[in-house]
Design a protein around this ligand. Structure first.
Ligand SMILES: O=C(CO)[C@@H](O)[C@H](O)COP(=O)(O)O
Ligand SMILES: [Co+2]
Length: 221
């Protein structure tokens, strides 16, 4: 299991001041950018040009979460835009192994996301091809939703499969992660934590990043 990492989502930040919003979280490990196309999910956010502009000013690397159809064709643009990590949804990819290899070859970390109803077991043999697996703990599309406890067993099963195969793949959780829920995720085996509304509704977002990290670290020991 890797060290604890916190990746705040800018989905609930002020889109009119994105450069300033990312400057408020210098203590984060990554900035999580939720890319939505109004097809894979019923919401629309950023495209590659916007992400490229953000990558130029962000104090930490970008962790792109692509909630878009036809991931095979559309994901490589986000590596080119300067993201350090690119996550595609397996439900939107026709050839996930080829896509993961393409993302890695282009110089980014390759990651695969699963919606709450998508099982991890069919993808056991893909783990070595991936730098990270993202387990959604809400239905993708919007920030500020309630954490789904029903996803915790899948986090445990994913960690067990990673241990069984001896891979270094990170395990990210995304959706409803807060001071109330992060310990449960860390105990289940997650090591990378997305937090959107918890960070950007806090008076001091960087202090919230530190508080989330401390809770996850404590849950580990
Ligand atoms: O991918 C998504 C939503 O689809 C997430 O990244 C959320 O935007 C995180 O926000 P909170 O649930 O933490 O408010
Ligand atoms: Co996300």
């Amino acid at each position: 299991m890797g060290h604890i990492q916190i990746t705040p989502s800018i989905l609930n930040s002020d889109f009119a001041r994105l450069g300033e919003e990312v400057a408020r979280i210098p203590g984060a490990d990554w900035v999580h950018v939720d890319v939505m196309d109004n097809h894979f999910v019923p919401n629309l956010t950023f495209g590659p040009a916007m992400v490229e502009a953000l990558a130029r000013v962000s104090p930490v690397p970008l962790d792109a979460h692509l909630m878009i159809d036809d991931a095979d064709r559309n994901a490589p643009a986000y590596v080119e835009a300067g993201c350090g990590s690119v996550t595609f949804h397996v439900e939107a990819a026709k050839a996930p192994v080829r896509l993961a290899r393409e993302i890695r070859a282009a110089g980014a970390r390759a990651s695969m996301a699963l919606k709450p109803a998508t099982p991890i077991e069919p993808y056991e043999d893909l783990l070595a091809e991936l730098d990270m697996v993202l387990i959604m703990t809400v239905e993708p599309g919007f920030g500020g939703q309630k954490f789904l406890d029903l996803c915790l067993p899948k986090i445990r099963r994913a960690r067990a499969l990673m241990d069984k195969h001896g891979v270094e793949t990170w395990l990210q959780v995304d959706g409803g992660v807060s001071l109330e829920t992060i310990e449960r995720c860390a105990e289940a085996g997650a090591d990378v934590f997305v937090a959107g509304s918890a960070v950007y509704s806090a008076e001091d977002p960087d202090a919230m990043v530190a508080a989330l990290r401390a809770k996850a670290d404590a849950a580990r020991s």
